[in-house]
Design a protein around this ligand. Structure first.
Ligand code: FES
Length: 86
């Protein structure tokens, strides 16, 4: 599992160089569990474990895998978000 999951919103949080991003828990292709995917902080990407679609965490743009559009990621404003419980 990558990030801290929020079961109510169906999202989880990953951090890149201190900036947090909210990531949908399910892939736009066929619903693969993105929270079980591979997160690469250096390339700012997350890869779905099912068919290997790869998305930029900061923009949501798809870089590889079966065409399925953008992953609806969003930057988390640290001033308004509560700290995750770990
Ligand atoms: S379900 Fe994610 S790439 Fe197919």
């Amino acid at each position: 599992m990558v990030g801290t999951e929020n079961y109510e919103s169906g999202t989880f949080i990953v951090a890149v160089e201190g900036v947090q991003y909210r990531v949908p828990a399910h892939c736009p292709h066929r619903g693969g569990r993105m929270d079980h995917g591979v997160f690469n902080e250096r390339s700012r990407t997350i890869t779905c474990p099912l068919h290997k679609s790869t998305f930029r965490v900061d923009t949501g743009c798809q870089l590889a895998g079966p065409e399925c559009g953008r992953l609806a990621t969003e930057r988390v404003d640290s001033d308004t978000e509560p700290a995750p419980n770990i």
